[in-house]
Design a binder for this molecule. Structure first.
Ligand SMILES: [Zn+2]
Ligand SMILES: [Zn+2]
Length: 354
């Protein structure tokens, strides 16, 4: 039996935080994030572990004038500093993408939209603009076609827009998978976070897009340790730090075991800033080594989202995906303005937004 492990890391920096008054999660001039990305890339290179980096497209710019011609609400770009990477490195980061590309490891660089838009909170035409604009800036940097998306804040992009813009794989919260459930209570969620429930779920195609399932809370980094510069929720702080670090280590290992023993798929994720501190990094570092060792033994394989799509297409001819896009109504896209479904994550008190 061989399990499959996927890791996706959000590189969004200021774009994912500034609208939620969480900008100070980042280190000064994002120096810790720059350094920890480099440390992660070193470790991945040494152990040949590929990662899916999903990036906010705007970060690829060296500079801009603060206005963009999208169909967004008028005030959408108010947070855009309209400066350059030297002045506001939290909003421009081509150096980080260059670092990823300079490595021998076959990492994937895919999209987290152009400006961190919540895909089911806006008109589908805005999502279409965002994905086309992100692709354009990827093209300008020679990054090639983006075939995967991690939608910001676990939002649900309109499937027809994804298919039209050539995106065939997305990361999806596991409770949306067939037969999987959202924890019913906050205590249930807390238990899952602390004791590492790693749902092992095979990716499935819905409405023409392959869904790779991950928990809605971060798992590559631990929510019960310092994330970025922020201390964790007081409930977690009541547990001694060394115990929480051992839990993190154990939970990372448990996901590998869950994938291997059930011959299934486990998808870890976090933001770059989450593990960019000394409370998280030691566990992340040894996890990459462990993945490689267990892969050597033949119990797991590490695959990017792009690899999952490729392997799926080898098994199912491409035409089938298009046919399914028209027929499959298992998970209809929510229209703008409709209420959130009952099982949508409403409780953000433990801070696990993508
Ligand atoms: Zn801009
Ligand atoms: Zn995000």
């Amino acid at each position: 039996m061989v399990g499959t492990v996927t890791i996706s890391i959000e590189i969004e920096l200021g774009w994912g935080l500034v609208r939620f008054n969480k900008f100070d999660k980042l280190s000064e001039n994002r120096e810790a994030e720059t350094r920890h990305l480099s440390r992660l890339l070193d470790q991945c290179e040494e152990y040949d572990v590929p990662i899916t980096f999903n990036i906010v497209g705007h970060l690829l710019h060296e500079s801009c004038d603060g206005t963009h011609d999208g169909p967004h609400d008028e005030d959408w770009w108010d947070v855009d500093p309209g400066t350059s990477v030297d002045e506001d490195p939290e909003f421009y980061a081509p150096d980080l993408i260059d670092d990823i590309r300079s490595r021998r490891t076959d990492h994937e660089i895919c999209t987290h939209t152009y400006s961190h838009i919540e895909c089911n909170e806006v008109d589908p035409e805005i999502v279409r603009w965002e994905l086309n604009r992100a692709q354009r800036v990827h093209d300008e940097h020679g990054l090639g076609k983006t075939g995967s998306i991690v939608p910001p804040r676990h939002s649900t992009p309109p499937s027809d827009v994804l298919v039209d813009t050539g995106i065939r794989t997305k990361r999806t919260p596991h409770y949306k998978a067939h037969d999987e459930h959202h924890p019913a209570t906050a205590v249930g969620k807390l238990y899952d976070i602390l004791f590492g429930s790693h749902p092992a779920v095979e990716p499935a195609v819905r409405q023409g897009v392959l869904e790779s399932y991950s928990p809605e809370y971060i798992t590559f980094a631990a929510p019960f340790l310092q994330t970025g510069t922020s201390e964790p929720h007081p409930v977690y702080r009541s547990i001694p730090l060394f115990v929480r670090q051992r839990l993190h280590e154990r939970n990372l290992r448990q996901g590998i075991d869950a994938a291997a023993t059930t011959d299934s798929f486990v998808h870890y994720w976090s933001h770059l800033y989450d593990f960019s501190n000394e409370k998280q990094w030691p566990q992340a570092k040894s996890f990459v080594r462990q993945l490689s060792e267990i892969q050597e033994m033949g119990d797991i394989r590490v695959r990017t989202m792009k690899d999952l799509q490729y392997e799926y297409e080898q098994r199912a001819p491409h035409d089938d995906l298009s046919a399914q896009a028209q027929q499959d109504d298992l998970c209809p896209t929510r229209e703008v303005g409709q209420p959130k479904p009952a099982n949508a994550p409403l409780d953000h008190s433990f801070d696990h937004d993508a």
